[in-house]
Design a protein around this ligand. Structure first.
Ligand code: FCB
Length: 454
């Protein structure tokens, strides 16, 4: 199937109780960065350094969702989705990370959640989508074990306030990105370059997840709680033994490093010894805490990775020494990410086979292309529409293959602040004109709406 042929697919081909949604995150859409007592986040600080964000921008205004949320929830409702995934900005709730609660921050999310419920949108809250209070970073950030306790405190405050209405909770979004992009690659906040720090951060993120789960369950009657991982099918660049071994190591760090401990197996035994002195410090009981059972696993699926052995290329790939190889002649989004819907099917089957989670939700999936606004104001985005349709077909195939896939959330409702790329990458089903803050549904959004009504 090519980018121009749309598969015949409709919502009616999915189980009646399948959840349909779209996803957003606080720093990427809210703006109002200094309003109503919000504290500084690591992304505010990171964006302030020239060179960090490709277009020199920040999320200070973003989609101005903080003020325009009723319109945005109307838009989500008009699509026909019955769930809405959003994240809570920790610095709005506890501006200095701990102790002093900012009631105005809680009030904002309370209004937002009421707005969802009024519109028939089931709220799915992510507690951490990357916007750590800067005050905590100043004390060591996620590399410090104290931040684990701070996260548990924050979870307690938020779930006490919203738990009467929000039943679906995601502790972390993509801990791999938080840890490695932020602390090893340096391209995300807080912009550090240490593999050892990234591994310690990783461990603390997982630990904080496990320690937050009982708090969520205590405060939220009938809670459904889980974590969202970014998972990738990993393919060896060639069938040489060195590349095959590299692909296995890479899978160990990208996927199994998270899945194994979450499902009670500890850190992968083939990877841990490679880390040497970079291995994370941990306490005796940490692995048991990390393995606290979840109600569901959230999977963000974007692309597969082709991997080769990096030994001897002279660059620092960390102790795993693999490199992601660019495959020729594959379909790609404007970001260069490979488009591979079948990879999503095989990934979900693999997760099901190896870990057997009770429920899986695709909590993000989407694409970026260079959108053009026509003179009549419409945005025809056939590639994104095709991407969406083919991934929905893949989701259906996964369900048919017996994967306990229970829902799909499209990334994203709106174009937004795409981290280090600033506003240069548009992932929305809705086009945002940042000069006027006008929203216009793209053709892909119209297609999703029609899909949801069929
Ligand atoms: C994911 C992030 C999300 C967005 C998409 C494109 O890794 O969770 O915030 O940036 O990629």
């Amino acid at each position: 199937m090519t980018a121009t042929h749309l598969p015949a697919i409709s919502r009616s081909q999915f189980p009646a109780d399948f959840r349909w949604g779209c996803s957003t995150s606080s720093y990427q859409i809210e703006g109002a960065a200094f309003e109503d007592g919000r504290g500084e986040s690591i992304w505010d600080r990171f964006c302030a350094t020239p060179g960090h964000i490709r277009d020199g921008s920040s999320g200070a205004v973003a989609c101005d969702h903080y003020h325009r949320w009723p319109e945005d929830l109307d838009l989500a409702q008009s699509l026909g989705v019955n769930a809405y995934r959003f994240s809570i900005a920790w610095p709005r709730i506890l501006p200095s990370g701990r102790s002093a609660i900012n009631q105005k921050g809680l009030d904002f999310y309370s209004r937002l959640v009421d707005g969802m419920l009024e519109r028939g949108l089931q709220p799915w809250a992510t507690l951490y989508h990357w916007d750590l209070p800067q005050a905590l970073q100043d004390q060591g950030g996620w590399a410090s074990r104290e931040t684990v306790d701070a996260f548990v405190e924050y979870t307690d405050v938020v779930t006490r306030s919203l738990g009467d209405r929000v039943k679906h909770w995601i502790t972390h979004n993509e801990p791999w990105c938080t840890a490695f992009l932020g602390n090893h690659g340096g391209g995300h906040a807080p912009g550090l370059n240490s593999y050892k720090t990234a591994l310690q951060v990783c461990h603390h993120l997982l630990l904080s997840h496990g320690m937050a789960l009982p708090v969520i369950r205590r405060n939220v009657p009938e809670a459904q709680a889980g974590i969202t991982l970014s998972l990738h099918p990993i393919v060896a660049a060639t069938d040489s033994p060195a590349d095959v071994a590299a692909a296995l190591r890479h899978d160990g760090m990208r996927n199994r490093w998270f899945l194994d401990p979450l499902f009670g197996r500890g850190y992968p035994a083939d990877v841990l010894p490679l880390l040497g002195a970079d291995a994370p410090d941990m306490h005796h009981s940490d692995l048991a805490l990390i393995a606290t059972p979840c109600d569901f696993l959230g999977v963000n699926y974007y692309f597969p990775e082709r991997v080769g052995d990096a030994a001897g290329d002279g660059q620092d790939h960390g102790p795993i020494a693999t490199t992601v190889v660019s495959a020729p002649d594959v379909e790609r989004t404007a970001f260069g990410w490979e488009v591979a819907p079948q990879g999503m099917v095989s990934l979900l089957q693999r997760v099901q086979r190896d870990y057997a989670p009770a429920q899986i939700y695709l909590t993000e999936n989407g694409s970026t292309y260079d959108d053009v606004v026509s003179p009549d104001g419409s945005i025809d985005d056939p590639q994104r529409r095709s991407y969406l349709a083919r991934h929905l077909l893949a989701a259906r195939q996964a369900v048919e293959a017996g994967v306990p896939l229970k829902g799909y959330f499209a990334w994203s409702l709106l174009d937004n602040f795409e981290w280090a790329e600033g506003y240069l990458r548009r992932f929305g089903l809705t086009y945002v004109d940042y000069a006027t803050q006008q929203r216009r549904l793209k053709a892909s959004g119209v297609w999703y709406r029609e899909f949801l009504h069929r």
